[in-house]
Design a protein around this ligand. Sequence first.
Ligand code: FDA
Length: 394
Amino acid sequence: MNTNYDVIMIGAGAAGLHCAWQAAARGLRVLLLDHAKQAGKKILISGGGRCNFTNLYASPENYLSENPHFCKSALSRYTQWDFIALVEKHGIAYHEKTLGQLFCDDSAKAIVRMLLDECAAYGARVQLRTEITKVVWQDQRYTVSTSQGEYSAPQLVVACGGLSMPKLGATPLGYQLAEQFGHTVLPVRAGLVPFTLHERDKEAYSELSGLALDVTAQNDRASFKEAMLFTHRGLSGPAMLQISSYWLPGETFTVDLLPQLDSLAELQRLRAERPKLGLRSVLQQWFPKRFAQTFAEQQQWPDKNLADCSNALLESVATKLHAWPVKPNGTEGYRTAEVTLGGVDTDQLSSKTMASKHQSGLYFIGEVVDVTGWLGGYNFQWAWASAHACAEAL
Ligand code: FDA
């Protein structure tokens, strides 16, 4: 068995697979290792099995990082259009679902197949079921000890991803390797993750489980106009997942439950024109009945005709409808989070190549780096772009 390679990559996920074939296409002998039985497991389950593989509008503003400028170079040199061209070259049918989000028409399997086919075409070796036990840097080479033997190469690409969804094979190996080689790992936390509510709110709203509303969720850092979903444990849906990446424990954010309507003006108009209309009946016109009833009870709004509602009451109703304060108990954590925020500090990496600034031949790509995208195909676009930047530099 050939154990001499030009580059060893750890992690056959989105970033590792995309980097492996591009490096091999440049003539390098590439070994891609993964402990999983299957390559690209997250790709396979992503986007409900259809993989939201990029976003038509991906740009640096859609990413969170201690250094918001870091992602710019890689994203500009490998854009959504480059990945779309690859998808089209492989004849994979796709469509835009909403907000620029591109999904496969059939199955996410096509994306993994495409990446594995490219690896095979250029001779990048993808070796699964391989536990990494030790990585040592000696005599200008990385020696990787594994359950399948020892491999060595002058270059090492760490593409181990983050901590989200341990049942899909996520481990802290990428962060451990970063620290081993003197890199700072910024604090990590679950992102794009459903919220859990405090016991009282959970009891009040769990009966609404399954109900979705179009809302705007916001705090002083971000604002997202998307759907919110009530669950047995709390709140989910795109609007909640998005704001979760901008939320810290103990904080409150607000939800505009009627972003399309000036509810105060509408309540005042109805009071003048149809004074006998009940306040709760109005709410039932604006929301699904189950929600209108539960919400009105929780806010202790009286069951009065509009004629008997004071200006102060209508104002307080409108304020609550447009800025419902939500103080979550926490999140569902890495078990269900789509991404991990934080990670390998970009200060010690080159934004052009993803190379370590102080350790020769060491690279970090994909989610292990402190760059996290919004929901909607942005995280895969970062995986593709950072992989490309690295592959060009190897
Ligand atoms: P990724 O996690 O893909 O790969 C890391 C690889 O490293 C894995 O194959 C793992 O087995 C391997 N590994 C880890 N530890 C190891 C160890 N100790 N030894 C050996 N190998 C090890 N994004 C998006 O843009 N659109 C979408 O539709 C979705 N949907 C989605 C759904 C769900 C349920 C999740 C959990 C996530 C998403 N995402 C997403 C996010 C997206 O999946 C994620 O950002 C990318 O997969 C990150 O790519 P990486 O290659 O960096 O890590």
